[in-house]
Design a protein around this ligand. Structure first.
Ligand code: CO8
Length: 258
């Protein structure tokens, strides 16, 4: 399918979505978030995709929601046609592993979309921020919730209240990103991680993602009980039988994703 604001390709079992609206630093207009939702749905359905990379350009992962579109909204139009529920949340709802590869600006909704991914690999040029306060609003796509979970209250408050940008090194120290790499290596390093993930059993990777996400929604006792049940259920999969047999036979596992 041809898109106007994103580019989509596959490499082996990895799907790559590149935000591609350079004239507005990949600002997340309705067209872009709808195309993103469609592309994710196609990758979700595709049995041959085991991991997805979401990336932008060297200058901007995404500079936030499209402010010129937001300017036209009022309470009732936002409430009736909530773009968050209709398209943005498709990233958080995506059930397969998804990695954000971030270079340049990841601001406002751009930072929030990156945080909806399972983890973020950043280039040394990445700058994260929640500058909505400069526009007379606050983060509206999970920023006030996911950012404190990632970096703690002090840095989340600092970023949301001052609107300052956090450079890549600080984001790594704070736990917002998993690795920082030179800009020219960003896509190769992310592709290597995604290829590794896509080589595992897809249902087991999906259950692992679900279980880790549960840690942010449940108390410890409930979460550990959930983990134990899911772990036990994995012994009903062919991939568990294959993975353990391959270890015993001293050979590589050939997962069938079931
Ligand atoms: N929206 C629309 N257009 C944008 C945006 C944006 N967020 N960011 C940049 N652009 C456009 C600029 O208007 C400019 O266009 P033009 O050339 O036609 O004037 C072009 O991109 C290039 O931008 P700049 O000239 O400003 O580039 P600079 O390198 O000078 O500055 C910055 C780069 C610092 C990133 C600057 O563009 C900037 O501050 N952008 C806005 C950042 C921002 O405030 N983001 C938060 C937006 S609000 C939000 O994300 C709320 C999310 C909640 C969503 C809830 C969904 C339901």
């Amino acid at each position: 399918m041809a898109y106007n604001t994103i580019q989509v390709k596959t490499e082996g079992r990895v799907g790559v979505i590149t935000l591609d609206r350079p004239s507005a630093l990949n600002a997340l207009c309705d067209e872009l978030t709808n195309e993103l939702k469609d592309a994710l749905a196609a990758f979700e359905r595709d049995e041959d995709i085991g991991c997805v990379i979401l990336t932008g350009s060297a200058k901007a992962f995404a500079a936030g929601a499209d402010i010129k579109e937001l300017q036209e909204k009022d309470f009732i139009s936002l409430y009736k046609h909530d773009p968050f529920a209709e398209s943005w949340e498709s990233v958080a709802r995506f059930r397969k592993p998804i990695i954000a590869a971030v270079s340049g600006y990841a601001l406002g909704g751009g930072c929030e979309i990156a945080m909806m991914c399972d983890f973020i690999i950043a280039s040394e040029t990445a700058k994260f921020g929640q500058p909505e306060i400069n526009l007379g609003v606050m983060p509206g796509a999970g920023g006030t919730q996911r950012l404190p979970r990632a970096v703690g209250k002090a840095k989340a408050m600092d970023m949301c209240l001052t609107g300052r940008m956090m450079p890549a090194k600080e984001a790594e120290r704070a736990g917002l990103v998993s690795r920082v790499v030179p800009a020219e290596e960003l896509l190769d390093v992310t592709m290597e991680a995604a290829t590794t993930i896509a080589s595992k059993s897809l249902p087991i990777a999906m259950m692992t993602k679900e279980a880790v996400n549960t840690a942010f929604e449940m108390g410890l006792a409930e979460g550990v009980r959930f983990e134990r049940r899911v772990f036990q259920s994995q012994f009903a999969t062919e991939d568990q039988t294959e993975g353990m047999a391959a270890f015993a036979d001293k050979r590589a596992a050939h997962f069938k994703h079931r």
